[in-house]
Write a protein that binds this ligand. Structure first.
Ligand SMILES: *[C@@H]1O[C@H](CO)[C@@H](O)[C@H](O)[C@H]1NC(C)=O
Ligand SMILES: *[C@@H]1O[C@H](CO)[C@@H](O)[C@H](O)[C@H]1NC(C)=O
Ligand SMILES: *[C@@H]1O[C@H](CO)[C@@H](O)[C@H](O)[C@H]1NC(C)=O
Ligand SMILES: *[C@@H]1O[C@H](CO)[C@@H](O)[C@H](O)[C@H]1NC(C)=O
Ligand SMILES: *[C@@H]1O[C@H](CO)[C@@H](O)[C@H](O)[C@H]1NC(C)=O
Length: 422
């Protein structure tokens, strides 16, 4: 997989453009910000809340790791004395690859990946407020004066959790929320997500301290992030530059034994940008291209052949009678799954709690799904596999830091102390 070395230069350029057009006026300068996250039980989506506009108005948003930017429904109840539409041919308008101009104003195409729909909507700037953090608690509220976002429509909210009014796009592009907040407050171009029943998103530098007294920053393992040079597979717009987060999985091991898979599929292998491994907060379970899925599930079933199998339970194919499985601190006692990265000693290990899904009282299924023959990315690491793992996306250094399961450290993503110490 070819690493695109010009990425840092590309980003420096955009950071410069953005810092000149977003100002923050809070006297206190935060080192980092924090957003609390909740899992919506009906949809499984991760939602967060931030305040926008003047007067400030709290908006609930679905978190989209691979989304381009913040978009909100401007059709209903949008009033703000600080709303500023972006003009055609302005610096900020020209940052977006897909844009249209009308009446002198710039519009983009906000996208909902759950229904795979987009609408046209004005690009604009407005005040956004959220809480700072010292890494252990939320602190003072800070305000960024001109955060870019796009106006979605009410119809674009279809498929999103109840009460949600838009999406928080954390993609690596120039108008992603992470790039904008780091330029507004001049902190590192970095963010971290830690998702569970509850969870948190940090913007800026760590530490990341969870109760009872765990400095999770100490256990991060790093691996390069890759840019799909051609397009984001499955993206709505053809040839859109990849703003999603890809990692270089080289092979998969089960109980340290390699699974035999076609390694070509793990690279970006064709002119459409198919292939590779990306991380998503939209897919509920890790999805694999069919041949990888078949090899993976049969190797896992073989490694656990001593445990009675039971009938498949859609969307899963490999299910076991859980009364025959032990339980450990890190979940059901099943074979370990390793996504092997840049060298055989660098791997993301998945334990029982992130591998298995309880579907009935005595039935546990392997929580991975068949992506079919042409899924775009060959592996999409989904929500169930990243829960209670902290993932740090360092855009400046183009690397991912990951912890593996926090259960080993006797904490979870729900254990961030949300009591403000401001
Ligand atoms: C608009 O705001 C009013 C008053 O706060 C509220 O009653 C109404 O439900 C809101 N409408 C929508 C669609 O959010
Ligand atoms: C947490 O760990 C990081 C990395 O080892 C270290 O730099 C930092 O000082 C620690 N912070 C706290 C509050 O213990
Ligand atoms: C591996 O996958 C690539 C891409 O789909 C395909 O062209 C190639 O024939 C496959 N190789 C084998 C041995 O199946
Ligand atoms: C699981 O195994 C137990 C004990 O052998 C048995 O009583 C139970 O019916 C089994 N459940 C299923 C779903 O097969
Ligand atoms: C959470 O933080 C608050 C404010 O610093 C502190 O008073 C409280 O003791 C903390 N909670 C726990 C469980 O440590």
């Amino acid at each position: 997989m070819a690493f695109v070395s010009t990425f840092s230069q590309f980003c420096l350029f955009f950071t410069f453009l953005i810092s000149s057009s977003i100002a923050q006026t809070t006297s206190f300068t935060p080192k980092a910000l924090v957003l609390p996250v909740t899992k919506d039980s009906a949809t499984g989506q991760y939602t967060t809340q931030l305040s926008q506009r003047t007067p400030l108005f709290a908006i609930k948003l679905t978190v989209d790791l691979g989304g381009q930017y913040l978009w909100v429904d401007c059709d209903q109840n949008f009033t703000s004395s600080t709303f500023r539409p972006a003009e055609c041919n302005s610096e900020v308008c020209n940052l977006a690859e897909y844009r249209v101009c009308g009446g002198g104003f710039c519009s983009l195409y906000p996208y909902n990946p759950i229904t795979n729909t987009a609408t046209i909507g004005q690009l604009a700037q407005d005040v956004v407020s959220l809480q700072s953090t010292d890494g252990s608690n939320p602190g003072s509220i800070v305000i960024a004066q001109r955060v870019l976002f796009t106006c979605g429509s009410t119809s674009l909210l279809e498929g999103l959790a109840n009460g949600v009014k838009g999406m928080a796009g954390l993609g690596r592009g120039p108008i992603g929320l992470a790039s904008q907040l780091s330029s507004a407050f001049s902190f590192s171009r970095k963010f971290a997500i830690c998702l569970g029943e509850m969870g948190v998103i940090f913007f800026g530098d760590g530490p990341y301290n969870f109760l009872p007294d765990n400095n999770v920053s100490q256990s991060l393992i790093y691996t390069p992030l890759f840019i799909n040079p051609i397009s984001a597979p499955g993206s709505f717009f053809p040839r859109e530059k990849s703003i999603e987060y890809f990692i270089g999985v080289k092979n998969i091991k089960i109980d340290e034994e390699p699974v035999s898979i076609n390694s070509t599929l793990l690279n970006f292998f064709d002119k459409e940008g198919n292939g590779g491994t990306k991380i998503s907060t939209i897919n509920p379970y890790t999805m694999m291209e069919r041949s990888i899925y078949k090899a993976f599930t049969s190797a896992f079933a073989k490694a656990l052949s001593g445990v009675p199998r039971v009938s498949p339970f859609a969307p899963f194919d490999v299910c076991f009678n859980s009364s025959h499985l032990g339980v450990t601190r890190v979940g059901p006692a099943v074979p370990t799954i390793d996504f092997v990265l840049q060298s055989p000693t660098d791997y993301w290990r998945i334990f029982g709690g992130n591998a298995m899904v309880q579907v009935k009282e005595d039935v546990l299924c392997l929580g991975f799904v068949d992506g079919g023959l042409n899924p775009g990315a060959s592996i999409v690491i989904g929500i169930h596999q990243i829960e209670n793992n902290l993932l740090e996306f360092d855009l400046a250094r183009s690397r991912l830091g990951f912890t593996s399961t926090l259960y080993f450290q006797r904490t979870t993503c729900s254990n961030f102390n949300l009591t403000s110490n401001a």
